[in-house]
Design a binder for this molecule. Structure first.
Ligand code: PLP
Length: 388
């Protein structure tokens, strides 16, 4: 059976060029970048080369890039790194975030709240987007940090973070702005000197952009002081202790170069066309199907569809048996699936959230695969509805 992978927001494959770039750093070029000898310096130079590539993707300075173990660490480092000093000094501090964040931000915010940080969790409008007026109304005199994601992992909805950051800085230039750009990087052009010029911290994950799992980046704007999460060596300019994951960092650098080329080509529009072909094909053939979230401000590879009366978890299993990988909700610790907190926050009922499926395409998805999916999914939905 030919497998069709429509779950690129969960993870992407490592591209062959990325794998080739990282391979020597496990084998003949295995040095520790902190060693003064030739092997160490070769590894150091590879790490710095990768840092420059990531900086090019984001249009920032190389010294503003901190390599981490992934999106979760980057988000935790941003929130805790900025707010920990207020807890230490027992000074009041307020964080604004949203109900639609990934758990890497949401649970980090909840943990800080338990320790005394005041937190506002903004709800989005029905299209899954945070309303700038509601954001402005939530600002307080002691708001210190904002954390609003760029593209949502479940609906793909793109948040107006340039505008939100402008509002925050106009109120108080000392408010810092973090964005989780894990689902936006390498899918949308990001420029920290243009639309993102008021963003102070930005998180990226390697495995959402064709580099390996366990690699990530936190952009930290020059002049922003972070309290590190880890105690140890002076790596990453004292911002992230621990010997660098050299092969992973090299891979991330190569993936960033490939992403810069991809974004400058017609490929992103072609990917959006392919997603639209899938989406419109399903809407046309399956009655009582709806799109969840914004269709105008959306990552080019994502669609989140609601099939009234079909249980999405059963649909997921049925599709998997026919070779299609999709996604529903978020796997919780027990392994059971909960209705998505993102869809519930946009006002969907638990039953509506439970009938919603996320389909996310990768750069490698082909038209033939989409047509094959269009031949399989409608019949699977009809079968489930008959069983319900
Ligand atoms: N933020 C978002 C929006 C994500 O989609 C994910 C992963 O699904 C993460 C953060 C966590 O990234 P990582 O898996 O690299 O820890």
């Amino acid at each position: 059976m030919q497998r069709i992978y429509l779950d690129a927001n969960a993870t992407t494959p490592v591209l062959p060029e990325v794998f080739d770039a990282m391979r020597p750093f496990w084998l003949e070029a295995f040095g520790n970048p902190s060693s003064a000898h030739h092997s160490g310096q070769r590894a150091r130079s590879a790490v710095e080369h990768a840092r420059a590539s990531v900086a090019r993707l984001l249009n920032c300075a190389a010294k503003e890039i901190v390599f981490t173990s992934g999106g979760t660490e980057s988000d935790n480092l941003a929130l805790s790194g900025i707010l920990q000093p207020y807890l230490d000094r027992q000074e009041p501090a307020h964080l604004i975030t949203t109900q639609i964040e990934h758990h890497a931000v949401l649970y980090a915010a909840e943990a800080l709240e338990k320790r005394g940080i005041q937190v506002t969790y903004l709800s989005p409008t029905r299209d899954g987007i945070v309303d700038p007026a509601a954001f402005e109304a939530a600002l307080r005199p002691h708001t210190r940090l904002v954390s609003v994601m760029l593209a949502n992992n479940e609906t793909g909805a793109i948040q107006p973070i340039g505008k939100l950051a402008r509002i925050a800085k106009a109120r108080n230039p000392a408010i810092l702005f973090h964005t989780d750009a894990v689902q936006a990087a390498a899918k949308l052009p990001l420029d920290l000197t243009l639309d993102l010029k008021n963003i102070d911290l930005l998180a990226i994950s390697g495995h959402k952009m064709y580099a390996p799992q366990g690699t990530g980046v936190l952009f930290v704007r020059s002049g922003v002081h972070l309290t590190p999460l880890f105690h140890g060596g002076p790596h990453e300019r004292q911002r992230r202790a621990g010997t660098e994951n050299v092969p992973g960092i090299v891979a991330l650098g190569r993936a960033a170069d490939l992403a810069s080329d991809w974004l400058a080509s017609p490929a992103p529009a072609a990917l959006a066309d392919l997603r639209d072909r899938l989406e419109s094909g399903l809407l046309a053939t399956i009655p009582n199907t709806h799109i969840n979230g914004s269709t105008t401000h959306r990552a080019p590879n994502t669609t989140n569809l609601r099939f009234d009366g079909a249980d999405a978890e059963s649909l997921l299993i049925a599709l998997d048996m026919q070779g299609i990988a999709a996604s529903f909700g978020a796997a919780c610790q027990s392994g059971a699936t909960e209705p998505s907190h993102v869809l519930l926050a946009t006002g969907l009922s638990p039953a509506e959230a439970r009938s919603s499926l996320r389909l996310s395409l990768s750069r490698l998805t082909t038209t033939a695969e989409i047509d094959q999916a269009l031949a399989i999914i409608p019949a699977a939905v009809v079968r489930l509805r008959t069983l319900a």
